[in-house]
Write a protein that binds this ligand. Structure first.
Ligand SMILES: Nc1ncnc2c1ncn2[C@@H]1O[C@H](COP(=O)(O)OP(=O)(O)OP(=O)(O)O)[C@@H](O)[C@H]1O
Ligand SMILES: [Mg+2]
Length: 417
């Protein structure tokens, strides 16, 4: 087991190792005993987690912050932190857990300030009523499922009857009733993952923090397990912060996605909005597969009218598309237009009654479910993905004149940087 990735209670029952760091907590065991029992979730109106202006620098005296002025709230929902490697997802999660002290900012859990560098408040992790699930679920290999889940309660001196009761309930919740006497090695990866989840849920935490919990599983099992995990989180109805850099997982798991880059929040929205209405160049290029082309706003409907968010943009020289426009753009403004690779039409002959634009197909790459075509329109190169029943894919070679049709629904306009 890798002790650096899990929260573990140790022999003297008053020392806790969290992510490799040893905390000595006098009287912790006795205090936790009472606290861990009284954790009924409050149904109050405030968000369960509130992160305000969180900043964390690992290297002092540098401008680069791992987390830079990050603010978001989590209600009774799954919020996913999503972004490229090194963008600050884990650091944000560790700050919420109390495993990291930020340089500034405030964190509240269930209406109580747990971190405020300005006010000098820092509640230790074991008193934050959080459940943690990490990539490496690090079950104790010599303990049966029941004992792995019960361990934390035992060292907290919870009564045997209550332990049996809570372990039984939580194993039932994660669909592992009947597996109590198995050792971790006798379980599939997905089942081990559920034991790890049960182990953090047995404390009945107010919030659950999950950092890439499925990335140890192979692709097929991972696909199944994430659907199971989503169902579980919905059933339990616990406020959760989920960290992933896997796009599909982010879309599937989340009620809301917080897209991060270089320590900052780029956009926080429902999955549909993140995909179809990116608010800036980073989100437009990072989420999904698309082409970003330069455009100019030709006109916009009068703002305030029912269709006031719609207008016309010109791309690729003289191709006009009617589409949604962000409020900041007006006629004459330069902009960037995101064209989804899999949402445009590519024809071998120009169809009647549809305004297409001529293009050259430079090359074609077979990708299994889809085929990518590299096309050149004027001096712009774009990728267009087509499915296997597209006529174009049946022809022997790429090359020659083709015709592109771009619908307004397939584009999103963002301001130029
Ligand atoms: N203990 C540390 N000491 C110094 N720098 C750190 C430490 N932990 C993280 N960092 C740096 O902070 C930045 C954010 O790291 P973080 O682990 O939060 O990224 P992440 O978004 O979780 O990435 P990944 O998807 O790769 O897990 C990175 O530049 C990383 O190198
Ligand atoms: Mg990480």
């Amino acid at each position: 087991m890798d002790p650096s990735t899990w929260l573990a209670f140790f022999g003297d029952e008053r020392t806790i190792i969290i992510n490799g760091q040893r905390f000595y907590a006098p009287e912790m065991a006795t205090r936790l005993e009472t606290e861990s029992v009284s954790v009924a979730r409050s149904e109050s109106a405030h968000p369960m987690i509130k992160v305000a202006n969180l900043t964390k620098r690992f290297q002092k005296h540098t401008n680069m912050a791992a987390v830079n002025d990050v603010s978001f709230e989590v209600g009774k929902e799954v919020v996913t932190l999503f972004g490229p490697s090194g963008c600050g997802k884990t650091t944000t999660l560790r700050c919420i857990a109390g495993l990291e002290r930020p340089d500034s900012g405030e964190i509240m859990i269930d209406g109580k300030v747990v971190t405020s560098m300005e006010k000098g408040i820092f509640v230790p992790p074991e008193k934050r009523s959080i459940g943690l699930v990490f990539q490496s679920y690090a079950l104790w290999p010599h303990m049966k499922v029941r004992d792995n889940v019960a361990y934390g309660l035992k060292v907290r001196h919870v009564s045997k009857r209550e332990i049996d009761d809570r372990v039984g309930r939580v194993l039932d919740n994660v669909g592992l009733s009947g597996y109590e006497d198995r050792y971790p090695a006798q379980l599939s990866g997905g089942q081990q993952q559920r034991v790890a989840l049960a182990r953090s849920m047995v404390y009945e935490p107010k919030v659950l923090l999950l950092d890439e919990p499925l990335s140890n599983l192979d692709a097929k099992i991972r696909e199944r397990t994430r659907i199971e995990l989503k169902g579980l989180l919905q059933k339990i109805g616990i406020s959760s912060v989920y960290v992933t850099h896997d796009q599909e997982e982010a879309f599937l798991m989340s009620d809301r996605i917080v897209v991060m880059n270089e320590g900052r929040i780029m956009q926080s929205d429902a999955p549909f909005e993140i995909y179809h209405s990116p608010s800036n160049k980073f989100v437009a290029s990072f989420v999904g597969r698309s082409n970003l082309v330069d455009g100019t706003v030709v006109s916009r409907n009068e703002q305030g009218a029912t269709d006031g968010d719609v207008g016309t943009v010109r791309i690729l020289g003289n191709y006009d598309v009617q589409c949604k426009l962000p409020p900041s753009l007006k006629a004459g403004d330069k902009c960037l237009v995101m064209v989804r690779s899999n949402e445009v039409w590519l024809y071998m002959k120009p169809p009647e009654n549809i305004r297409t634009i001529e293009c050259d197909v430079l090359s074609r790459e077979y990708k299994g479910a889809m085929t990518d075509h590299v096309v050149k329109v004027k001096d712009v190169t774009m990728i267009v993905s087509t499915h296997r029943f597209c006529d174009l894919n049946q022809t022997e070679a790429a090359g020659g004149k083709h015709y592109l049709y771009i619908r307004g629904e397939s584009v999103a306009v963002v301001p130029s940087d």
